[in-house]
Design a protein around this ligand. Structure first.
Ligand SMILES: Cc1cc2nc3c(=O)[nH]c(=O)nc-3n(C[C@H](O)[C@H](O)[C@H](O)COP(=O)(O)O)c2cc1C
Length: 226
C-alpha cells in the first residue's frame, strides 16, 4: 500500500487503459474516502456522477466528438484554461505538450494526429469508468470558492484510487464541453460541470503512459519566510 507521499509522487496522468472494470465496492470506497475532502463550511459542493456504463460513456463521448467535428471548440459552464496565456504558464504548457509529442514521435505540425489524440479524451482513453463532477450553478454566481473545494476533491479521488492500484487522468477537456456532457447525461438544469476524472487500470504496454512531465524546482514556486 503506498504512503501518502508515495501516492503523490507515483500518480501521473494515464492516457491508455486496459478493459478491466473497477469493482463497484472499490469505486464506492474511493468515493467515500474522497467525500472526506474538507470544504468551506462543510458545504461539500461536489455533485458526482460515477459512470461505468459503456453505452452511457459512448453517448457522452460521441456527443462531444460530434461537436468537435462540426467545428465547435467549446460549449461550457466554466472557463478552465486562461483565455490569454502568459508566461511562465504558457511556456510550461508548450514544454509539457512538446514532451508528450516527442515521446510518441508525433510532429508538432501534424494537426490531424494531435486532434485524434485530443479526441481520445472523449473515448476515455479506453477506461471503463469516468467520474463527472458538477456543482450547483448557484454556487458559482457570485463566488469562486467551490472551485477550490472541488479541486481538492479531484485530488482525493486520484490519491485514494492509487491505494487500489487504480490510475487516473483528470480532464479539463470535458469542462470545455460541460453543456454537452450535462445534456447527454440529462442532469438537472441547476448543475454546472466542473471536470471529469477517468479511472481505471493502465495498459502496461502503452508508451504514452511512460510520460511524466517534470515540475519546477521548489524555489520557483515556494517562498519560505523563516
Ligand atoms: C484540472 C486538470 C485538467 C486536465 N485536463 C486534461 C485533459 O483534458 N486531458 C489530458 O490528457 N490531461 C489533462 N490533465 C492532465 C495534465 O496535463 C497533467 O496533470 C500535467 O501535465 C502533469 O502531469 P501528471 O499528471 O502526469 O503529473 C489535466 C489536469 C488537471 C489537474
Amino acid at each position: 500500500m503506498p504512503t501518502v507521499l508515495e501516492a503523490l509522487k507515483n500518480r501521473s496522468s494515464i492516457r491508455s487503459y486496459s478493459d478491466k472494470k473497477i469493482p463497484k465496492e472499490t469505486l464506492e470506497k474511493i468515493l467515500i474516502a474522497a467525500g472526506m475532502t474538507p470544504s468551506g463550511a462543510n458545504m461539500q459542493p461536489w455533485v458526482t456522477y460515477a459512470i461505468s456504463n459503456a453505452e452511457t460513456l459512448k453517448k457522452v463521448g460521441d456527443a462531444i466528438i460530434e461537436k468537435m467535428d462540426a467545428g465547435i471548440t467549446s460549449d461550457q459552464h466554466i472557463q478552465y484554461y486562461p483565455v490569454k496565456w502568459t508566461n511562465p504558464y504558457k511556456k510550461r504548457r508548450i514544454v509539457t505538450g512538446a514532451g508528450l509529442y516527442k515521446l510518441l514521435d508525433v510532429d508538432r505540425k501534424d494537426n490531424e494526429t494531435r486532434i485524434e489524440m485530443w479526441k481520445d479524451n472523449f473515448r476515455w482513453f479506453g477506461a471503463q469508468t469516468v467520474i463527472f463532477v458538477f456543482t450547483a450553478k448557484a454556487n458559482l454566481e457570485d463566488s469562486e470558492g467551490m472551485l477550490i473545494d472541488c479541486g481538492a476533491y479531484m485530488q482525493s479521488i486520484m490519491l485514494a484510487a492509487q491505494e487500489f492500484g487504480i490510475d487516473s487522468c483528470p480532464q479539463g477537456s470535458t469542462t470545455e464541453f460541460g453543456r454537452v456532457v450535462a445534456e447527454a447525461l440529462e442532469v438537472p438544469d441547476n448543475l454546472a460541470l466542473l471536470y471529469s476524472v477517468v479511472l481505471g487500470y493502465k495498459d502496461e504496454n502503452a508508451k504514452i503512459n511512460e510520460y511524466q512531465p517534470a515540475r519546477v524546482k521548489l524555489e520557483e514556486s515556494v517562498t519560505f519566510i523563516d
